[in-house]
Design a protein around this ligand. Structure first.
Ligand SMILES: Nc1ncnc2c1ncn2[C@@H]1O[C@H](COP(=O)(O)OP(=O)(O)O)[C@@H](O)[C@H]1O
Ligand SMILES: [Mg+2]
Length: 248
C-alpha cells in the first residue's frame, strides 16, 4: 500500500461546487440514518491507515457545525492523534487523561468554527482499547450527549488495532472510509466483517478522494442542460482539492 503524504486540511472554505455538494449530501444522509437518536454518536474508521478517516471525520464535523448543530469531534486515535492538527489545538490533556482518571475536568476545546468543539486524544496511553471499552467511556459519552446535537469520533484502522471495534458498541453507528485507487475490496470486507461480528452498526461508506473527472455524472453535468454545475464552478476540480487551513 502506497505511503501518502500527510497534510491536514478542511474542505468547505472555497471548495468547488461538487465537493461541497458531496459533503452536504453526506451530511443529509447521516442525518436521516441517525434521525431516531437524540445526539447521535458517529464513529469513522477504515481498514487501514491513509484511507481518509481523520480527513472525513474532521470535515463532516465541520459540515454539521456549519449547519448550526452543536457538534463535538473526539479524537479516539490515541496512538496517532491528528484531529488537533486540523483545528490547530493541542492534543492533551484530552480523552485518555479523562478516561484514565488523570484529570477531573472534561477538556473540551473550542475551535475557530462556530458550534464546533474538539476533545483531543490526550496523553498517549499504554492501553487505548481498554480505555475505550471502559464504563467511563460510556458515562462520558452519555454526559456529553446531554448538551450536544452530534458527536463524531475519529478512530484508528480496524485491521491494525482493535480500538474501533471496541468502540463500535458504544456509538450509534460507524462510517467506513474507502479511498479510490488505494483501498482494497478484500480488506474493506474484512473490516466490515469485524464490525458485524461484534454487532457494530455500519451506517455506510464514504468514498473518499475520487477523481471527479472520471465520473460519468460529471459528463452529464458538463454536457447536460445545467452546463457545468449551473455555472457555479466553471472549472471542475478533483473532489479532493482541499483548502489548507494554513492558506487562510
Ligand atoms: N480527499 C482527499 N484529498 C486529498 N488528500 C487526502 C484526502 N483524504 C485524505 N488525504 C490525504 O491523505 C492523508 C491521510 O488521510 P487521513 O485522513 O489522515 O487518513 P487516516 O485517518 O485514514 O489514516 C492526509 O494527510 C491527506 O493528506
Ligand atoms: Mg487518522
Amino acid at each position: 500500500m502506497a505511503d501518502v503524504e500527510r497534510r491536514e486540511f478542511l474542505l468547505f472554505d472555497n471548495s468547488s461546487f461538487p465537493v461541497t455538494e458531496a459533503i452536504k449530501a453526506t451530511r443529509t444522509n447521516l442525518m436521516f440514518t441517525t434521525a431516531k437518536e437524540r445526539c447521535p454518536v458517529i464513529s469513522f474508521t477504515s481498514a487501514h491507515m491513509g484511507e481518509g478517516k481523520s480527513t472525513v471525520c474532521a470535515n463532516m464535523a465541520l459540515a454539521f457545525a456549519e449547519a448550526g448543530f452543536k457538534t463535538l469531534v473526539i479524537d479516539a486515535d490515541m496512538r496517532k492523534p491528528t484531529l488537533n492538527k486540523y483545528y490547530k489545538i493541542k492534543s492533551s490533556p484530552g480523552l485518555s487523561d479523562i478516561l484514565g482518571g488523570l484529570v477531573k475536568e472534561n477538556f473540551i476545546y473550542p475551535t475557530k468554527y462556530k458550534n464546533l468543539h474538539v476533545l483531543p486524544s490526550g496523553t498517549i496511553p499504554p492501553n487505548p482499547s481498554e480505555l475505550l471499552t471502559s464504563e467511563r467511556m460510556s458515562i462520558l459519552l452519555n454526559e456529553l450527549r446531554e448538551t450536544l446535537d452530534y458527536i463524531f469520533i475519529d478512530t484508528p484502522p480496524i485491521l491494525i488495532v482493535t480500538d474501533a471495534i471496541a468502540l463500535s458498541n458504544k456509538v450509534t453507528g460507524t462510517v467506513v472510509a474507502v479511498r479510490q485507487n488505494f483501498s482494497r475490496t478484500n480488506l474493506i470486507k474484512e473490516a466490515v466483517d469485524a464490525l458485524n461480528n461484534v454487532n457494530g452498526k455500519v451506517l455506510g461508506f464514504i468514498f473518499n478522494d475520487y477523481d471527479i473527472e472520471s465520473m460519468a455524472y460529471n459528463k452529464q453535468y458538463k454536457y447536460g442542460k445545467y452546463e457545468r454545475y449551473g455555472g457555479y464552478d466553471k472549472k471542475p476540480v478533483k473532489s479532493a482539492s482541499p483548502v489548507s487551513l494554513d492558506d487562510d
